[in-house]
Design a protein around this ligand. Structure first.
Ligand code: UDX
Length: 476
């Protein structure tokens, strides 16, 4: 029997964004189900939104050893609206980091943490010299393939393959990224590689945080061996202690199915209010007839792009369910100005909502395809649901993910860097009909492999067990 003092205490700290909080909360719940003591540290404003739109407080109250704690990101309401990534990083470094160091030294987070599971997008936030040598597990919310591509960026700069020399250079193949020969073009590299100046702070941030993650005590990926095995093997030669424990949403679902819990596994951690009315709309649609459209939690498109998508979807003749997040369309009137006009022509075959219960939507019988920005959570959710993708990647890891979806895993098509109504309607029809048979073989096979990985004895199931045992050993 484990004594109270022997229970490992894990501090989990996600980067303040939906896609990061989402997967790290799922990991927190999995670790709580295994009896570990968890402190989930969140940025104040993120915690506020989560508690407003989700039942996470009651959900986690069933774990006596679980606590939420919050900390500032240093942004004021005035500079928050600037939304600049580099500004946020600067303030996290100058304001949040010293506060966290203080919290760790003073013991105000409870018993000294056994380890910290830290979002690898801001490894810098833990001062490894000041904290009393707590092992840091770097959690990357991106795919292993995009992380691998990130890790080669210094080499690409050194041997002159970067910077990219304009649009005409975008289809040049990239050399020397082991395992990705004949796969990666310039346009498939992480988006910060498009920056002209190699010393740009965003590019430098991507590079340094990748190097930091590789130096961490351990590295955690939300992926599975049968999807990214060769890349994970390559990574293990550079960081021996890697856990591949994804798809986390599926692993949690599998664990909860054996629990007497009133809580489901899906869509429980939203920063926006979920509009469940779209599920009733889907119930009324024929099987595999609807294309689901969502570009995640950060992408903002121009109003011209918004119109091209709308015309493309309408011209395709298919039914569609489209998530249009508030403030996700730039331009004079934002989405409100054009939504009213467009919705008139949408009523018969379309449904638009501000935020959907995405996992449930993708699992719905009526869904036949997913037009996505290829954020890693969305990609994994589509894989598990067995839904073929049309990818319109916008930033960071999404460019590499979409290349893998179309050319390596062959579970979708990639409309990268193009946004016109003809291409949209052509690709929608390709996925829904013309190329459906060709794609569905690998879509079904990949979904099966994902599910097997999280079942008892599967690779992700075992890696999570191994990680929990390793954390327990740190306590001894
Ligand atoms: C970005 C990155 O691209 C991603 O790879 C990284 O890991 C996190 O930051 P984001 O734009 O948030 O991610 O996309 P994604 O990773 O796909 O996460 C979005 C999440 O929001 C998904 O879990 C999705 O299910 C959820 N969502 C989205 C909803 O629940 N409802 C919606 O209407 C839209």
């Amino acid at each position: 029997m484990e004594q109270e003092g022997d229970v490992p205490h894990v501090l989990i700290f996600p980067f303040p964004a939906q896609g990061h909080v989402n997967s790290m909360l799922k990991l927190a719940e999995l670790l709580s189900l295994s009896g570990l003591r968890i402190t989930f540290l969140n940025i104040h404003r993120i915690h506020q939104k989560l508690t407003l739109h989700s039942d996470i407080l009651s959900r986690f109250s069933r774990f006596p050893n679980f606590q939420f704690r919050t900390i500032t990101d240093g942004l004021t309401p005035q500079n928050r609206t600037l939304g600049m990534f580099s500004d946020l990083i600067r303030r996290l470094n100058s304001v949040t980091k010293p506060l966290l160091t203080q919290m760790l030294l003073s013991g105000e987070l409870g018993p000294n943490p056994t380890c910290i599971i830290l979002d690898g997008l801001f490894n810098f936030i833990v001062d490894v010299d000041a904290q009393p040598k707590i092992p840091v597990f770097s959690f990357r919310t991106i795919s292993a393939c995009s992380f691998w591509a990130y890790s080669f960026v210094p080499m690409l700069i050194e041997d002159g393959q970067l910077p990219i020399k304009g649009e005409e250079d975008m289809d040049r193949m990239i050399d020397g990224v082991t395992g990705m020969e004949n796969v990666l073009r310039c346009r498939d590299l992480p988006s910060f590689c498009r920056l002209k100046d190699p010393s740009d702070p965003t590019l430098q941030h991507g590079v340094t945080q990748t190097i930091q993650s590789l130096k961490a005590h351990s590295l955690i990926f939300n992926t599975f061996e049968d999807l990214e095995g060769p890349i994970l093997s390559g990574l293990r030669r550079r960081c021996p202690n890697i856990y591949a424990i994804g798809p986390l949403h599926s692993l949690l679902k599998s664990r909860l199915s054996g629990e007497e819990s009133p809580f489901g596994s899906e869509s429980f951690n939203n920063l926006w209010e979920v509009d469940r009315s779209c599920l009733a709309w889907l119930d009324a649609q024929p099987s595999k007839s609807v294309i689901y459209v969502s570009f995640g939690s950060v992408v903002v498109m121009g109003d011209g792009q918004f119109r091209e998508f709308w015309h493309g979807l309408v011209n395709s003749g298919r039914r569609f369910l489209w998530v249009v997040r508030p403030n996700s369309v730039a331009g004079e009137d934002g989405e409100n100005g054009i939504l009213e006009e467009l919705e008139k022509g949408t009523k018969e075959r379309g449904c638009m909502v501000e935020w959907a219960p995405q996992e449930e939507v993708l699992a719905h019988e009526a869904i036949g395809g997913f037009l996505t920005h290829c954020g890693w959570n969305s990609t994994l959710e589509s894989i598990v649901a067995g839904v073929p993708m049309i990818c319109w990647p916008q930033f960071a890891d999404q460019q590499t993910n979409s290349r893998y979806v179309s050319e390596v895993w062959r579970i979708g098509v990639d409309m990268k860097d193009v946004c016109d109504r003809e291409t949209v309607s052509q690709m929608v029809n390709d996925v829904m009909e013309n190329r459906r048979n060709e794609l569905m073989g690998s879509v079904i096979e990949t979904a099966k492999l994902a599910k097997t990985s999280v079942e008892e004895g599967g690779s992700s199931f075992r890696d999570l067990e191994r990680m929990i045992n390793d954390i327990r050993l740190l306590c001894r």
